[in-house]
Design a protein around this ligand. Structure first.
Ligand SMILES: CC(C)(COP(=O)(O)OP(=O)(O)OC[C@H]1O[C@@H](n2cnc3c(N)ncnc32)[C@H](O)[C@@H]1OP(=O)(O)O)[C@@H](O)C(=O)NCCC(=O)NCCS
Length: 176
């Protein structure tokens, strides 16, 4: 007897919206836990996320990959692939991966790898030569995962507290 695969990676459909929004909320909480400068989703930003995800699921220019747990029919992971125009130092349109989430009980089963593969095929079919994503510096597990999957930091953004920056600039080694 053939056994059913434990997971199915597929394109999201409109009835997936609520489960995807719940995962988006958990992802934001994870970001906020990683770095105190990140806020959890407010009711207003949750409403914005609903509108954005509705558009994303409908759009043929966006790939909303979801991982369905076949035994329960529930969604346990997602990744959004969209096309970015040339911007900043990136000279041609590129694929961009956002909102990658795998439920904790289903991690280390290759789901992030499979979701990334799914959206990368989508990008390749559209002739895109580069795939990018962003992650918080404090999100060390994500950094290790993306490095393992072949991503190399390219454009680094860095922040300093305004007051701390002035103190640093005016300190013993600052000034002219
Ligand atoms: C990061 C995350 C998506 C990884 O999902 P996952 O399904 O467990 O990852 P996979 O099983 O596909 O692993 C992919 C590769 O990354 C590595 N990896 C995954 N989690 C890792 C960890 N915590 N530490 C080190 N390496 C890790 C694996 O070893 C694997 O490499 P391999 O296949 O060569 O062994 C998941 O931990 C998660 O949802 N984290 C919270 C949300 C988040 O940080 N999202 C990313 C935002 S940018």
């Amino acid at each position: 007897m053939q056994t059913k695969p434990a997971y199915r990676i597929r394109e999201a459909i409109p009835s997936d919206l609520e489960e995807m929004l719940q995962m988006r909320g958990r992802l934001q909480d994870h970001f906020a836990d990683s770095d105190e400068r990140v806020l959890p989703l407010s009711p207003k930003s949750m409403a914005d996320a609903r509108a954005l995800y509705t558009r994303r699921i409908e759009s043929t220019a966006v790939s909303c990959a979801v991982a369905e747990h076949t035994a329960t029919g529930t969604l346990v992971g997602m990744a959004i692939g969209s096309i970015h125009p040339p911007e900043g130092p990136v000279r041609s349109p590129s694929g961009h991966i956002d909102d990658v989430w795998v439920e904790p009980a289903h991690r280390h089963n290759g789901l992030c790898r499979a979701l990334t593969r799914y959206v990368t095929v989508f990008f390749l079919e559209r002739g895109l030569e580069q795939v990018g994503l962003s992650y918080l510096f404090a999100n060390e597990k994500a950094a290790r995962t993306w490095t393992r999957l072949g991503f190399v930091p390219f454009n680094v953004s860095a922040y300093a507290g305004t007051r701390a920056l002035l103190d640093q600039l005016d300190g013993p080694n600052g000034g002219t």
